[in-house]
Write a protein that binds this ligand. Structure first.
Ligand SMILES: Nc1nc2c(c(=O)[nH]1)N[C@H]1C(S)=C(S)[C@@H](COP(=O)(O)O)O[C@H]1N2
Ligand SMILES: [Mo]
Length: 194
């Protein structure tokens, strides 16, 4: 299928189905006590409960998904809230350049602010019309189609706004800070000094 080959970033293959991949176990999450925090370099931090978060304007994104371990999953229909919409709920300090997205049990990923608020990024609660299952990051995960999927943080608990870059869980452990699959930015040793 040559049309699909054009959609595969270098070194990737199309997965059958939707693999599950994460470090550690699936964290137990109770929607009654679930919270999502916007904090760090903001005028006033905000905390959402599940109903409050779900009342934000919803959106849909159609996108492929690329894991650094080389599987890609085509044609995901994600439903959730645009990251832009979430970020707009707080007033950022003028110096904000990056974010850390936090997850249950200490997993994190870092992204430049302009990347995390791109048109195709969202906090998703649904894929292909079905609620996200716990093993795929339910109730809420980040989706960043233009980056390797380790940045698509499952079980997201909040955004920390930063005035400098700070490497996340895998970025500290040898993965590339940028992680663009089309440039095959898998490992930190590929990073050029700038
Ligand atoms: N909280 C958390 N999010 C995570 C991970 C993780 O270990 N913990 N693994 C990442 C990796 S490496 C990938 S490939 C995707 C896998 O998502 P999936 O299991 O829904 O396919 O989740 C990402 N998000
Ligand atoms: Mo991954």
């Amino acid at each position: 299928m040559s049309a699909n080959r054009d959609r595969l970033p270098p070194g990737q293959y199309e997965a059958r189905g939707w693999p599950v991949l994460h470090v550690g176990g699936v964290p137990p999450i109770d929607l009654a006590t679930w919270r999502f925090r916007l904090h760090g370099a903001v005028l006033e931090p905000r905390t959402f409960d599940w109903d409050g978060f779900r009342s934000l304007a919803a959106t849909q994104v159609h996108a492929d998904f690329h894991c650094v371990t080389k599987f890609s999953v085509f044609d995901n229909d994600w439903g959730g809230v645009a990251v832009r919409t979430v970020v707009d709920q707080v007033r950022l300090d003028p110096g904000v350049t990056h974010v850390t997205v936090h997850a249950a049990e200490g997993y994190t990923a870092n992204l430049p602010l302009e990347v995390v608020v791109d048109d195709d990024t969202l906090f998703a609660w649904e894929r292909n019309g079905e609620p996200l299952t716990p093993e795929h990051g339910g109730p809420l995960r980040l989706v960043v189609p233009k980056r390797y999927a380790w940045k698509s943080v499952k079980w997201a608990t909040g955004i920390e706004f930063l005035t400098h870059d700070r490497r996340g869980f895998w970025e500290e452990r040898g993965y590339h800070n940028v992680a663009d699959p089309w440039r095959e930015e898998r490992y930190s040793y590929q990073e050029t000094a700038s």
